[in-house]
Design a protein around this ligand. Sequence first.
Ligand code: ZN
Length: 378
Amino acid sequence: MTKTLIENGKVYDAESHTFQKRNVLIDGNRIVSIDNNRGNADVTFDATDVLVTPGLIDLHCHIFNHPEQPSRLPADRIGTGQGVTCLLDTGSTGGDTLDEFRELVVESQKTHTFALCNIGSPGKHGLQSGHAAKPELVSIEKTVRAIERNRDYTLGVKVLASSSHTGLMGIEAVKMARKAAEITGTPLMAHIGNAPPVIDDILDLLRPGDIVTHAYHGKAGGVLGFDNKVIPAFKAAVERGVHVDIAHGRSSFSFRTCETALEQGMPVHSISSDLHRGNIEVCVLSLARTMSKFRLLGLSLEDIVLATTYTPACAVGLDEHGFGKLEVGGTANVSLIRETEKAVEVEDADGERRTTQTWIEPVGCIVDGSYFRTEEPI
Ligand SMILES: [Zn+2]
């Protein structure tokens, strides 16, 4: 087996929440040491000026690569191709289509891939949205059975709780999704957007460990209320342990909403992209670019790495399978990123432009011991 040494990198340690200069020795697909020794390696990677982090996890994206799926995007393009080792598809499949995720994604891609099962099943391919508006496609039974059949890669339930998706089903779709999550013992991820259903009703249904995604969108009726104060329902959800996920997307992340919420003590638990075919070329482009936007909002590099590694891993139980941390004896899933003083004009989903002072870009990643170099950093 090949021994690989990543030498002189600044290695992120989740326990101490710091970067420390260390060497990481990998034997086959295992990390065998993280210390200052050099050991005997067959291949040495000079990581001077490189940040060595646990494999990056994108907790919200769309990678169901069915030929007729509108949001079709091969996982490896935004995974191993962009320095990200683990992707969670959030509801591109439902009870009728989740089985196909195995062959089309899990077994055909190098990136680690997992899924959430949409309570509103697409039913057939090519149906882009609005599944949860069609009562015949919203099924607790089908969702639960599909999750049970595919436990190895299905980590929870997704509901698109906004008017363009739930239609007349409204809050009932959220209730049914919550029930399916309860039966399967998995978390529910609730997408928020335009009402109905109204945000307070959605948040009140979420339990500790559930996830609110697109949390800081800029539409009226979001987490900010009158006078830009965070609404009580959101505060209460955060206090009882609901996970706050970003999911930038093309219409779901606002600098102003996010910074206003941060000023009032609200958290960013996970930074995710919501990448799909429609925003890979515009606005979002990559998880690393999304991470850079949070440097602009004042988050530390350590906090940003935590929000793309250990915290998202814990949100969907992947920490129990060794994701999110670099540990001696653990599987070698590692990301290599670089931060430079580079000014890049970026935009949020509302079209507001700001210019970065520091810029995070991927160098490459290691998945189960195999190295993937990022060809074109974005
Ligand atoms: Zn999405």
